[in-house]
Each structure stands twice: as structure tokens, then as C-alpha cells.
Ligand binder design. Structure first.
Ligand code: FEC
Length: 317
């Protein structure tokens, strides 16, 4: 069984921020002002832990798959029947930095992979996220002459294990609230430009996750907000988390729990946009903001990935 686990990627060192940012901007180098501003954001959080977390997810997913697969159950089977499963191997490919998705696809081809399942450490489909991961894999496969067949898990906004994992962590914050019944629960995901979100699929999937978590905990007051909109003049989907906090204060809320359902892992957009920027906004407004901890490479999230990969593998022709 071969798996390609994908995530956003992050620069390992300060000097890598510029080429990383250029890659995000599809080859257009950022202006010195934009570059300084991004470098300052990384500097403020120390550095992003995304690469370590993504590596841990890959290693643990591989171990989890190998611990449960009926390995070599029928190694020399020649007649039709259940698919023979070899040991699982998880390859890691990231969208905007090394190991690039194309590098992972190349390694898989060199290893003689014939079939593979792909999954992204991001639960919601959008034309600016999962669709771009798929395009990168397809492009790399085409460059290599299509050495293997590939099937991608496109989204998992309401996977029961994912909802349970997020709900458990939101539940931890409920214990810290002074008045749980009067608090507002905000569920966030990365904003994308409005023109890339016209079909509404992304917004609907993020709302589904929020709704399921809210239902499972019986939350009285909850909403979806968007974070981390890019530094471009075009309109991005909103309300932005900072605007939503302003509205929350105006609505009379005193405590807010923010849960980044769009991001399984801790990284720049969690540590800067939520823990620094949104936290500053909340302080200015006199709001108490609690941020739900991320899933990272915790066993319950690895179990979600394992379940999705096994189902996708079983559906392969
Ligand atoms: O910790 C790190 O170093 C990386 C954190 C990181 C994650 C992430 C996830 C998503 N993004 C999505 C969409 C966009 C669009 C643009 C864009 C730009 C940036 C920039 C940085 C950045 N993103 Fe990101 N994103 C992360 C980091 N992202 C840095 C560049 C500076 C800035 O604008 O803030 C605009 C691109 C353009 O200019 O054309 C669109 C989406 C996700 C969630 C899905 C996923 O994880 O893939 C959607 C993590």
C-alpha cells in the first residue's frame, strides 16, 4: 500500500522565506515590503512547527497502517479475490517547499509504485487548496509518463473521528469558561478569494464541520469566521475573524472560543493570525479569547487519516 500524504510546507530557515513566498505567488517574487512583513511574522512566532508536525503525521500514519493491515495475508494469490496488501509506505510531499509534491511523486515512481492513495492534511475542498494539490500530483505524474495510478481523498469535513477529535478539544476549552452558556464559539478556516469560492463548496464544507461539532457539544452560540486572507486587493471571503470579534463584542459576548477547523496542524496562521493578531484584537475589545489546541500528529487524528486511506485504497480498481 502506497500513500502520498500532503501538506502546505514551510521554510526551514529564514533565507528560505523568499523562495517559499515566490512559490506561493506562482513564481512572482514578493516586493521587499511584503517579504519583510512575512519574515517579521515568522520572527514573531519563533518559527513555524509545520514541517516537524507533518513529518510526525507521515511517520505515525505509516506505523498505524502497518500495525493494522493484514500483511502478506495472501502473498502469492493469483485468482480474483481480496487485494493483496504489501506493507504500507507513506511518502510526504508539500505544496510550497521541500519535499515538494513533485519530488515525492518522483521517489514513488523510482520505488516502482503502481497504485497510490493521496490525502491532504486539510479537511475541506476548495479550488485554492485540495484542487491545487491534485493538480500538482497530476502534473508530476504526467511529466514522468504516468508511472502509477493515483486516487485522492478529496475532503473529510464530517468524518465522525474528525468531528470527535475536534469536539474533544473544544470541550477542553468549555471547562475553562466562566459562563459556558453565554460564550461564543467561532470556527475558522483559511479565507480564499471570493472569485475562487463562487461555487460555495468550501464554505458549505467548513460550515458542516462547525455544525457537527456544535451539535455534538450542544453549543448554544456559534458561527463560522475566516482567517489569514492574503495581501491582495481582491475581495476574500469573510467575515474575517477580527471583524467577527468586533461584532461579538458589540453583541455583548465576553468570552470567545476560537477553533481553527480548517487546519489540523499548528503553524504560522495559527500562531500569528490567531494567537497573536486575533488575541490582540480580543484584548483591545475586552474579550476573553480561548484558542482550541490543534490535532497535530495526535493518535486520534492519525486514526482519521488511517481510516480514510484504508477506505480509499479499498475503492481502487
Ligand atoms: O507555517 C507555515 O509556514 C505555513 C502556514 C500556511 C498554511 C496555509 C494554508 C492555506 N493557505 C491557503 C490559501 C492561500 C492563498 C494565498 C495564500 C498565501 C499564503 C502566504 C503564506 C501562507 N499562505 Fe496559505 N497557508 C500558509 C501560509 N494561502 C505565508 C503568503 C503570504 C500571505 O498572503 O499571507 C494567496 C496566494 C497568492 O498570492 O496567490 C489563496 C489555504 C490553506 C488551507 C489548506 C492547506 O493547508 O493547504 C486555502 C498552513
Amino acid at each position: 500500500m502506497n500513500v502520498l500524504l500532503m501538506a502546505y510546507g514551510t521554510p526551514y530557515r529564514p533565507e528560505e522565506i523568499e523562495p517559499y513566498y515566490t512559490d506561493i505567488r506562482r513564481g512572482r517574487p514578493p516586493s521587499p515590503e511584503l517579504l519583510d512583513e512575512l519574515a517579521e511574522r515568522y520572527n514573531l512566532i519563533g518559527r513555524s512547527p509545520l514541517s516537524e508536525i507533518t513529518y510526525a503525521q507521515a511517520v505515525r500514519l505509516e506505523a498505524a497502517l502497518n500495525a493494522t493491515l493484514p500483511l502478506y495475508s495472501k502473498p502469492f494469490q493469483s485468482s480474483p479475490g481480496p487485494r493483496v496488501q504489501g506493507p504500507a509506505r507513506v511518502y510526504l510531499g508539500t505544496k510550497h517547499w521541500h519535499p515538494f509534491i513533485a519530488e515525492a511523486v518522483q521517489a514513488m515512481a523510482q520505488d516502482g509504485v503502481r497504485q497510490a492513495v493521496g490525502i491532504v492534511a486539510a479537511p475541506h475542498f476548495s479550488s485554492r487548496s485540495i484542487a491545487e494539490y491534485r493538480e500538482k500530483v497530476e502534473h508530476a505524474l504526467a511529466e514522468l509518463g504516468h508511472p502509477f495510478t493515483f486516487s485522492l481523498v478529496e475532503a473529510y469535513p464530517d468524518h465522525p473521528g474528525y468531528i470527535q477529535a475536534v469536539s474533544g478539544r473544544v470541550g477542553e476549552q468549555i471547562w475553562r469558561l466562566r459562563e459556558p452558556g453565554r460564550a461564543l464559539f467561532l470556527f475558522t478556516a483559511h479565507s480564499i478569494p471570493e472569485k475562487s469560492a463562487q461555487d460555495g463548496i468550501y464554505q458549505a464544507q467548513v460550515r458542516t464541520t462547525a455544525e457537527r461539532v456544535a451539535e455534538s457539544l450542544g453549543l448554544a452560540h456559534w458561527d463560522v469566521a475566516w482567517q489569514s486572507a492574503g495581501r491582495t486587493p481582491e475581495p476574500w471571503i469573510g467575515p474575517d475573524i477580527n471583524e467577527r470579534l468586533e461584532a461579538a463584542a458589540a453583541q455583548g459576548y465576553g468570552e470567545v472560543v476560537v477553533t481553527a477547523v480548517g487546519f489540523p496542524s499548528d503553524h504560522l496562521e495559527v500562531f500569528y493570525d490567531l494567537d497573536y493578531e486575533a488575541q490582540n484584537t480580543a484584548t483591545r475589545l475586552g474579550l476573553r479569547l480561548l484558542r482550541t489546541r490543534s490535532l497535530n500528529a495526535d493518535p486520534d487524528y492519525i486514526e482519521v487519516l488511517r481510516d480514510l486511506v484504508l477506505s480509499a485504497w479499498a475503492r481502487l480498481p
